[in-house]
Design a protein around this ligand. Structure first.
Ligand SMILES: NCc1[nH]cc(CCC(=O)O)c1CC(=O)O
Length: 346
């Protein structure tokens, strides 16, 4: 049974039926048949996010008949296989999704669920962001081995003793930490969320940083020692957002998945990823971006570029109407590029 047949018998399923002139006349190249095959990375966080999305989709579309229509396809990726060095050194964030994009284009899977911050800004031709889910808290947190007194809210990094050793593989986190606290020392630490918590607990470093979103989704929020406001640690573009990719020509499935789309999240992702797109082609330096809502219809995008060693850091913001999120991201990206020293860029 094809998805199209199911939908044909339950047209109410489509919340936004395409206008007649946009309805496709011929079957898409890869019209999916059921079950729908869902690509995901293997980490506990990736699996939790994937299952969360599938249950949301099946709730939104009762005609699918429940979770039995989905088949999870766990995929190893180059980014997961190489654990000993920084992503920037092995080719960047594209490595987490390369194999997944290929499987999608080959028709071995029909959709894939991603942490959007790990997704490159230029998707391969033929692949689209079919839906962008409601954002979880975008902030980073400090993980300390021991329980600490609640620190001075104005200076949360004061919980870190002089010369503390911080485990992170993120140049974005490293740069912002060192800019504020040049005395800190950094040691490379990769791996999934639980393994990083374990390394801190085992004393391999004094502290680490993680995204609050991942901890929350895994039910590990209580492991966060201190939540860092974005003024202290600006998050990665699209941090806390899960996004789903599909084939561009898979119009029926894309239409179905729009039931899970979050407009607020899409606006933020458009703004932050546009900034990243302007900067990351020419820049291996740390970049950060986050969007906040100023008032109905108006966003504020804040962006940052820095040197890895923290010796330079530039932060700037732009306000824009919701409808110009992407333009605002591009404009702020160009502004940061103009204002940063040339050695930040290749
Ligand atoms: N790079 C790994 C990664 N990708 C997404 C998340 C957390 C969830 C999210 O930001 O959506 C994490 C872990 C972390 O940075 O702590």
């Amino acid at each position: 049974m094809s998805l199209e047949n199911i939908l044909a018998t339950s047209p109410q399923l489509l919340r936004h039926p395409a206008p007649a002139h946009r309805q496709h006349r011929q079957a898409p190249r890869h019209a999916p048949t059921l079950p729908l095959r869902v690509g995901t990375r293997a980490s506990p966080l990736a699996l939790t996010q994937t299952r969360g999305f599938l249950s949301m989709l099946s709730d939104a579309c009762p005609a699918l008949g429940g979770m039995d229509v989905f088949r999870e396809q766990v995929m190893g990726t180059t980014g997961d296989a190489v654990q000993h060095c920084r992503l920037a050194e092995i080719g960047g964030k594209g490595l987490f999704a390369k194999e997944i994009h290929e499987a999608l284009l080959d028709g071995r899977i029909d959709l894939a669920v991603h942490s959007m911050k790990d997704l490159e800004t230029a998707l391969p031709p033929g692949i689209v962001l079919a839906c962008v889910l409601t954002r979880e808290d975008p902030r980073d947190v400090l993980i300390l081995a021991d329980d600490v007194e609640v620190p001075d809210a104005a200076d949360p990094l004061s919980v870190l003793p002089h010369g503390a050793l911080i485990g992170t593989s993120s140049v974005r986190r490293q740069a912002q930490l060192l800019h504020a606290r040049p005395d800190l020392r950094i040691t490379l630490m990769r791996g999934n969320v639980q393994s990083r918590l374990d390394k801190v607990a085992a004393g391999r470093c004094d502290a680490s940083l993680l995204a609050l979103a991942g901890l929350k989704r895994l039910g590990l929020e209580s492991e966060a020692s201190v939540v860092l406001q974005t003024e202290v640690m600006l998050p990665s573009a699209a941090q806390g957002i899960v996004a789903v990719t599909a084939r561009e020509d898979d119009v029926v499935l894309r239409e179905l998945m729009l039931a899970c789309e979050d407009r607020e999240s899409r606006i933020a992702a458009d703004a932050e990823r546009a900034l990243l797109r302007v900067l990351d082609g020419s820049c291996r330096s740390p970049i950060a971006a986050v969007t906040t809502r100023l008032q109905p219809g108006q966003i504020r995008l804040t962006g940052l570029v820095a040197r890895e060693d923290g010796s330079f850091l530039l932060r700037d913001s732009i306000d824009a109407p919701d409808g110009e999120a992407e333009l605002a991201g591009e404009a702020l990206g160009h502004r940061l590029k103009q204002a940063a020293p040339a050695d930040i860029f290749l």
